[in-house]
Design a binder for this molecule. Sequence first.
Ligand code: AMP
Ligand code: ZN
Length: 495
Amino acid sequence: MNSALTLYNSLSRKKEAFQSIHEGYIGMYVCGPTVYNDVHLGNCRTFVSFDVIFRYLRYLGYKVRYVRNITDVGHLLDGGEDRILKGARLEKLEPMEVVQKYTQGFHDMMRIFNVLPPSIEPRASGHILEQIEMVQAIIDNGYAYETNGSVYFDTVKFAEKEKVYGQLSGRVIDELFSETRDLKKQDEKRHPADFAIWMKADPEHIMRWKSPWSEGFPGWHLECSAMSTKYLGPTFDIHGGGNDLKFPHHENEVAQNVGACQCQPANYWLHTNMLLMNGRKMSKSDGNTITPEQLFTGNSEHISKSYSPMVLRFFMLQSHYRSTLDLTDDALGAAEKGYRRLMEGYRTLQGLSHSGQGNAGELDGEINQLIDQARAHMSDDFNTPMALARLFELVSKINGLRDGHLQLSQLTPETFARLQGAFSDFTFEILGLQEENIGGEANGKMDGLMQLIIELRQRSRANKDWATADKIRDTLQELNIQLKDGKDGTSWSLD
Ligand code: AMP
Ligand code: ZN
């Protein structure tokens, strides 16, 4: 089979050219958002996780080519409607207006969470030619067939011949083939487990392109196969996404790549786990959802107060990317304390200065060991919670140095400089946290003041001094500070 060569040519790249571009680079591809509505906090968790991976690899000195796509065509809802077209219908917008609007919103949110932009952010609709050529390569290799202008991947034939189908997601082929059902265009497929790689557009379907088979649009899984191949080569290092994408999206991606060029797309697959809220999957349909804006303003029944973007980022880093993460008011409160403690540790460390006189004693060894361990945790599948635990042990040492329980003379100047450098590198460069203007100390003072005001108001109410109690509430309201009386007391939030 010489289809690997066919694919290189079809993507207008020579094999040699690929090699020279990719030499010395780590290639990482992450499935990006489908831009038909606001990005939700679960999406943010996945992108923050891969941001830390991107940052850590760069910190280690690797050159990383990070591709994170924008899905703007072909991702259908269960009923068969294209998500973008649904957005366009509901908002009475051009499909590309919908794409523009929510891509912008996604970028804004990524900036708020201090997520670095990827090296390349390709759009599915900008790579139709590459997708058509990949469909052709799969047909040429005998793994796809056309029916009525649509092209389907022949999953049964592929599974029999290549023996890789189901491996990534751990699905048992027999069960898969007996249980799969797909409501749309079932009759056109030879088997229910086959999936569309090109779909003929119905007359009312706006997003459509000419192809050898029909005027239509590519199947959703295809864009990632074609765009990762184009920008990272047929086999690259890391492919990521949320674990809800393992099947069918990623399993079908592998099938397409192997079907087109006999290449497994990625050496490593990394899947982030889901964000829950109060123990249940965060989901719009049953109301168990909260937007980033609601968190930043405190305007939701699920939380007692507002939480800043960096507190949320810290909260996400407190669990490993492969574990589920449960968002609760208590957990966010704890994350806020942790974030402040870390930032205060950083500021304290910046304020210390070493005299230049010091010997390597026990403390010196402990500090060096904690730094080494933090790095080892990050190198062990990007274990951010363990790395944070070591940083907090360093904060205890830093506070000891500040309070005089520990002495700077117990450290060599080199170790002190290493501590300052490593603490800052881990906090800002690797974990991607930022100091917040109204965070840290100022936030703590504001909270203290508000507790005092709340107590005074409660005292006025207990004394039936309603005029004072009302004045406190009204004045705070004028300052856009809301008080919320609950069974556990009164909380406050900034509007
Ligand atoms: P989508 O826009 O639905 O295609 O999702 C964009 C990315 O966010 C994908 O990598 C998904 O796997 C991921 N994702 C979606 N929902 C969640 C969630 N609740 N928790 C974590 N990641 C998610
Ligand atoms: Zn994808």
